[in-house]
Design a binder for this molecule. Structure first.
Ligand SMILES: O=C(O)CNC(=O)[C@H](CS)NC(=O)CCC(=O)C(=O)O
Length: 266
């Protein structure tokens, strides 16, 4: 176990074609920093964003093309690979929006199902979002220890629920997202900063960016924040990646300076 952990967030504009999306990610993996261990976070709906027929792409737990690809890529590139979300179904009616974590051996290390579903009305071209029409809410929160760092999982709209993160007691919060252009401009960065500041932990936020084939617009601005709430790396709307080195010493320093976590009243 070392004091440091390298993380990368990748920002994509995923579309309908799984083959195309996965091929784009493979080209990004070729450009990753050489350092290992390395954690790579991909956004919500990285493999498929929207569905031309209206019938969402789904896989069963433990089998399917995208899960096989995640395992293969994690092993091939020796990564901790976090697939922001993939629809996993147990019945024909609805799926869970699952964040899947694979370790460098190619084994799945964790699965978190999105708990808070985006049923909202906003003034963009989609207007009305009803995620619960297709998705069951996850029932539990999940953390996974990666190289000695406690990593707390979340997906997109979860970001608006501070109690979700508070319970995780994490060193690193991972936020894969498909935050909309309108809500992203207004709320994305302040929400991420609040989660980093109040939990005194790193935040790694990988968002979708641009206009997608289904007409949706996402905000981009993927970023990595330190436990003081400072943005230590960020993208604008361009596709690509950001890389930062996280440090246990920095976590300890911030928590010693303001011991807010030990001043909590329940
Ligand atoms: O359904 C898909 O194809 C992809 N999934 C999404 O885009 C999800 C659910 S609709 N989006 C969000 O949760 C946006 C949250 C957000 O933007 C906010 O909280 O402001």
């Amino acid at each position: 176990m070392t004091d440091q952990l390298d993380v990368v967030a990748i920002q994509s504009c995923s579309g309908f074609s799984i083959e195309h999306n996965l091929a784009w990610y493979e080209s990004q993996f070729e450009q990753l920093p050489r350092i290992r261990p390395l954690v790579v976070v991909m956004p919500e709906c990285f493999a498929v964003f929207g569905a031309p027929t209206g019938q969402p792409y789904r896989e069963q737990s433990g089998k399917g093309h995208v899960q096989d690809w995640l395992a293969k890529m994690a092993k091939l590139h020796e990564l901790w690979l976090i697939g922001g979300s993939l629809p996993i179904a147990e019945d024909d009616k609805k799926h869970y929006q699952a964040c899947l974590v694979y370790g460098p051996s190619g084994m799945q290390a964790a699965r978190y199902d999105k708990r808070h579903l985006f049923d909202v009305n906003i003034s963009d071209s989609t207007g009305s979002y009803r995620e619960s029409d297709t998705t069951y809410p996850g029932q539990s929160s999940v953390t996974v220890t990666i190289e000695g760092f406690k990593v707390g999982l979340s997906i997109c709209y979860d970001l608006r629920f501070p109690e979700h993160f508070r319970g995780l007691n994490a060193d690193v919060l991972v936020v894969p997202a498909a935050f909309t252009a309108i809500t992203g401009e207004a709320h994305w960065q302040p929400l991420l900063q609040a989660r980093a500041i109040e939990n005194q932990c790193y935040v790694v936020a990988a968002n979708q960016s641009g206009t997608h084939e289904n007409g949706r617009e996402t905000w981009g601005h993927s970023m990595i924040l330190d436990p003081w709430g400072q943005v230590s790396g960020q993208l604008d709307t361009q596709l690509g990646m950001i890389h930062q080195t996280l440090s246990k010493a920095r976590l300890a320093q911030v928590r010693a300076s303001i011991p807010a976590l030990s001043h909590k009243r329940s």
